[in-house]
Design a protein around this ligand. Structure first.
Ligand SMILES: Cc1cc2nc3c(=O)[nH]c(=O)nc-3n(C[C@H](O)[C@H](O)[C@H](O)COP(=O)(O)OP(=O)(O)OC[C@H]3O[C@@H](n4cnc5c(N)ncnc54)[C@H](O)[C@@H]3O)c2cc1C
Length: 537
C-alpha cells in the first residue's frame, strides 16, 4: 500500500519522488522502460543533446548537488544528462522506490474509497490516494503510417527508441525520415559514418547553429557562486532560463540594428534567435525578417543552390512556430558528397519496399538502414495511451477527444487527486522543462501537504475554472503567430486523427508561476476540496 503512485521516471517523476518522500509520503514510481531518465534514456541517437544551457537545465533542489556536479559542455549531451539523472537517483537513494518494466495501462478512481487503482501491463495492481502522471509530453514515439514499413529487409530504428548498445552505420546506405529537432541533430553524425545518407524531408524547419562548446570554467564558477539568484532569475522569465532576451520590439530599432541583432543571435546560437526581439512571435514583419535572415544563411552555407532552396523553410512558416531546431554542422552536411536531400514536397514517399524507399516520382532509394526521426504524439500522447478513468467511470480519452482540458495544466475536472506533471496547457515545451517539472512538483507537493495536514480526502478542479483556463490558453495563443502556422506538433498536426488544438501555454513561466501562487493564496481557488466530514468549494 502506497500513498502516491507516480507514473514515469523521467526528470519530473524523479523529482516528484524526491520531494514527496521528504514529506513522509510513501511513493512508488512505475516506469514502462527498463531504465531511469525518460527522454534521456530513450533518445540515445547520435547527436542527442539539450538546447538549453546545461547549467540551467538541471535540478535546483539541492545546493550540494549543484555545487558538486560538473557539466562538461555548454549544452549537455544525452549521455551526460542520463549520467546526471542516474547520479541524482543514487545520491538521494531513490532507486529503491522505482519499479522498472512497469508500463501503466490503466488508472481508475474508486469513489467508494477515494483511491486510484493503477494497473500495469504485466498485471500488477497498486492502490494509492494520489496518482501523478509524469509520462512526458515528448515520450510517445510517433511511427509514421507508411505503406510497406514491415516489408523492409534492412534495419530500422526510431530516434526515441535507439538501441542501448548503439548502432554501427559505417559503410551503410542510410535513409533518415524527418528533419525536426532529432533529425537535424542526428543527420551530421550519421553522414560522417554512412557510405551514403539520404535525407527524406517533408517540411524544412529553421535550424540554428547550436554553438556548443566545452564548458567555460569562468562561467561555471560564476554559476556556482550565484546559483540561488540565477535560479530565481530564471523563474522570473517567460522561458524559465537565463538566456538573454532582448526587451526591445523589432520596430523600436532601425533595419540595420535588427540585422545586427539577428547576427548576434546566430552567433549566440540555438534558441537565442527566439529572443532577438520581444515581438518576434507576434509581429509578422519582424518575424519574416528573421526568417529571411536565416534563409540567407542557408544560401551562404549550402554550395548547391537547388539543395539550398529545398532546405529553405517555406515563407508561410513563421520562424519559431515549429519548434526551432538547434544543430551542429547541419546545413554544412549537405555539402558532403555522400549526402542527398530528397525533397518530399516534390515527390512524397509512396512506400517502404523490401530494399528501401520509393517516392511518388518513381525513384527507388536502395537502403540498408532506415532511421525514423519522426517525433512524438506530442503533448497528450503518453497520457492518453493510459486508460484513465475518473469519477463515474469518466474516460480521459473521451474527455480530451477534442483536445486537452485542464485547470492550470495540473488537474482536470472529474479526476480527483490526479495530478499531471509538465503536460499540456502549461509553459512546458516553451520553457526550460526541468524548471517546469520542478515548479509543478513543488506545487503538487505543497498541495498534498495541505491535504494531509487538514485531513482532506480529495482535491478536484472545478469545471468553470477549467473552462476559464482553457479559454485563457487559447486566447493568449490567438494573439501570436502560432495561431497562423498550424502545421506543427504544438497543434497535433503530425499525428493522424488528432484534433488541431494548440496545446502549450504561451503566457510564460513567470506569469504561470504567479497564477499558481495566487490560487494557493486564495485557498486553492478553482478547486473543490472534500473530506468525509464536510465538502467545501
Ligand atoms: C530529443 C529531445 C531533446 C530535448 N531537449 C530539451 C531541451 O533542450 N530542453 C528542454 O527543456 N526540454 C527538452 N526536451 C523535452 C524533454 O522531454 C523534457 O526536457 C524532459 O526531459 C521531460 O521530462 P519528463 O519527466 O516530464 O518526461 P520524460 O522524460 O518523457 O519521461 C516520461 C517517462 O514516463 C515513462 N512512461 C510513459 N508512459 C508510461 C506508462 N504508461 N507507464 C509507465 N511509464 C510511462 C516513459 O518511459 C518515460 O521514461 C527534449 C526532448 C527530446 C525528445
Amino acid at each position: 500500500m502506497v500513498d502516491a503512485v507516480v507514473v514515469g521516471a523521467g526528470l519530473a517523476g524523479v523529482s516528484a519522488l524526491y520531494h514527496l518522500r521528504r514529506q513522509g509520503i510513501r511513493v512508488l514510481v512505475l516506469e514502462a522502460s527498463d531504465g531511469i531518465g525518460g527522454t534521456w534514456y530513450h533518445n540515445r541517437y547520435p547527436g542527442a543533446r539539450c538546447d538549453i544551457e546545461s547549467l540551467d537545465y538541471s535540478y535546483s533542489f539541492s545546493e550540494e548537488l549543484q555545487q558538486d556536479w560538473h557539466w562538461s559542455e555548454r549544452y549537455a549531451s544525452q549521455q551526460e544528462i542520463l549520467a546526471y539523472v542516474q547520479h541524482v537517483v543514487d545520491r538521494f537513494d531513490l532507486r529503491k522506490d522505482i519499479e522498472l518494466n512497469a508500463r501503466v495501462v490503466s488508472a481508475v478512481f474508486d469513489e467508494t474509497d477515494g483511491r486510484w487503482a493503477v494497473r500495469t501491463e504485466n498485471g500488477q495492481q497498486f492502490s494509492a490516494k494520489y496518482c501523478l502522471l509524469a509520462t512526458g509530453v515528448l515520450s510517445a514515439a510517433q511511427v509514421p503510417q507508411i505503406r510497406g514499413t514491415e516489408s523492409f529487409q534492412g534495419r530500422s530504428y526510431h530516434t526515441a527508441d535507439w538501441p542501448t548498445e548503439g548502432v554501427d552505420l559505417s559503410g551503410d546506405r542510410v535513409g533518415v525520415i524527418g528533419t525536426g529537432s532529432s533529425g537535424t541533430q542526428l543527420i551530421p553524425l550519421v553522414a560522417e559514418q554512412a557510405a551514403h545518407l539520404y535525407v527524406f524531408q517533408r517540411t524544412p524547419n529553421f535550424v540554428m547553429p547550436a554553438q556548443n562548446r566545452p564548458m567555460d570554467p569562468d562561467l561555471e564558477r560564476h554559476w556556482k557562486e550565484h546559483y540561488p539568484e540565477l535560479r530565481k532569475k530564471a523563474r522570473a522569465t517567460r522561458n524559465g532560463h537565463n538566456q538573454i532576451s532582448n526587451p526591445l520590439r523589432g520596430k523600436d530599432v532601425s533595419p540595420e540594428e535588427r540585422r545586427a541583432e539577428f547576427e548576434r543571435r546566430w552567433e549566440l546560437g540555438g534558441l537565442y534567435m527566439m529572443r532577438a526581439f520581444a515581438d518576434i512571435l507576434t509581429d509578422p514583419e519582424v518575424n519574416a525578417e528573421a526568417g529571411d535572415f536565416a534563409r540567407e544563411k542557408i544560401r551562404q552555407i549550402v554550395d548547391d543552390p537547388a539543395t539550398a532552396e529545398a532546405l529553405m523553410p517555406p515563407r508561410e512558416l513563421a520562424l519559431g512556430t515549429k519548434r526551432l531546431c538547434s544543430g551542429t554542422n547541419y546545413y554544412e552536411t549537405y555539402n558532403r558528397d555522400n549526402v542527398t536531400l530528397v525533397n518530399l514536397r516534390e515527390a512524397p514517399i509512396e512506400a517502404v519496399t523490401p530494399t528501401g524507399i520509393r517516392t511518388a516520382d518513381g525513384s527507388e532509394y536502395e537502403l540498408d538502414v532506415i532511421v525514423y526521426a519522426t517525433g512524438f504524439d506530442a503533448m497528450t500522447g503518453s497520457f492518453l495511451r493510459i486508460d484513465v478513468r475518473g469519477r463515474g467511470g469518466l474516460s480521459l480519452r473521451e474527455k480530451w477527444q477534442h483536445g486537452p482540458r485542464t485547470y492550470l495544466g495540473v488537474m482536470t475536472h472529474g479526476f480527483p487527486n490526479l495530478f499531471i506533471l509538465a503536460g499540456p496547457q502549461t509553459p512546458s515545451v516553451f520553457s526550460n522543462m526541468v524548471n517546469q517539472a520542478e515548479i509543478h512538483v513543488e506545487w503538487v507537493n505543497e498541495c498534498i501537504a495541505h491535504l494531509e495536514k487538514n485531513e482532506i480526502d480529495t482535491i478536484e478542479a472545478n469545471e468553470d475554472a477549467e473552462n476559464a483556463w482553457v479559454d485563457h490558453v487559447n486566447e493568449l495563443a490567438s494573439r501570436t503567430l502560432y495561431a497562423q502556422s498550424r502545421n506543427s506538433w504544438f497543434w497535433g498536426a503530425n499525428t493522424p486523427g488528432k484534433p488541431r488544438v494548440f496545446m502549450p501555454y504561451v503566457g510564460g513561466i513567470d506569469r504561470y508561476l504567479q497564477k499558481l501562487g495566487e490560487v494557493v493564496a486564495h485557498g486553492y481557488e478553482g478547486f473543490t476540496l472534500r473530506s468525509r466530514q464536510l465538502a467545501r468549494a
